[in-house]
Design a protein. Structure first.
Length: 262
């Protein structure tokens, strides 16, 4: 609700704006949070503030970080990749609540998506080059910065003993076993957020459909066709399905090739 460079609002103003933006009365907001209307009123006048449990409930109910509810006193940074965090890209725990320590590319549905620092650097460097870094500058910066972040400091404690990497390896094998004509062998799968890859496909009956959830993080990759210039294959997968599509430059003319339940 606040952006860098703007004056930070106080909690009472944020809570009132949050309620009004959802077209709720104080009674309706109180019912959602299982508190009294008087409690909501006192928050909005600044007489009191929600306690920790209520802040968590507000965060989950309205999809807003606790940091934002408190007026953004901290600049949140992903403790895996170092990316500055805004509410729209914060990772989620298994129960759907926001985890304010990670972005949705590094942490999804309670799972850490990177177990290899070099793999993360490989994914981040092209994005940093687009921002003006040279490739060597980007790699040097990442190698110096990543070990200082909490996830990598506590990797032995936080990691899942290779379970997620085993899932990625299994998915890669299953995708390559499809032997799709013209599609190169898949070597890696990266974390991709649904809203950036949720293409709309036209079915044979003319209906247009999307298969992904914008808020969910998937595993996927883009591969250039081996037999047709300008054509790319898009691969997306998770524990439940594998999706393969093609599209042309700038993701034009997407065509669904395969949607397979696992």
């Amino acid at each position: 609700m606040t952006n860098e460079g703007e004056n930070h609002m106080d909690t009472k103003t944020i809570l009132k704006q949050l309620r009004e933006s959802h077209h709720l009365t104080q009674d309706q907001m109180a019912e959602r949070l299982m508190v009294t209307r008087q409690a909501v009123s006192r928050w909005e006048t600044g007489e009191t503030q929600p306690n920790t449990d209520t802040l968590r409930a507000l965060s989950k109910e309205f999809n807003v970080s606790i940091n934002t509810l408190l007026g953004s006193p901290r600049q949140l940074i992903c403790q895996c990749c170092g990316m500055p965090l805004e509410d729209s890209i914060i990772g989620r725990n298994k129960d759907g609540s926001l985890n304010e320590d990670y972005c949705q590319w590094c942490y999804a549905d309670g799972t850490y998506t990177y177990s290899d620092m070099d793999d993360l650097i490989r994914v981040c460097v092209p994005n940093m080059v687009q921002q003006g870094f040279t490739e060597d500058q980007a790699r040097t910066y990442m190698k110096q910065m990543l070990p200082q972040l909490d996830y990598w400091k506590r990797y032995d404690q936080l990691s899942d003993d290779g379970q997620f990497e085993a899932l990625k390896k299994q998915l890669i094998e299953e995708i390559n076993d499809l032997h799709i004509e013209g599609m190169p062998k898949v070597e890696a799968l990266n974390a991709l957020v649904g809203k950036y890859v949720n293409l709309e496909y036209r079915l044979p009956n003319g209906t247009k459909v999307k298969f992904l959830d914008d808020q969910t993080t998937y595993l996927g990759n883009q591969l250039e066709s081996e037999i047709k210039a300008g054509l790319c294959f898009g691969v997306l997968a998770n524990m439940d399905f594998i999706l393969v599509c093609t599209y042309e430059k700038d993701v034009q003319n997407p065509e669904l090739l395969l949607y397979k339940k696992r």
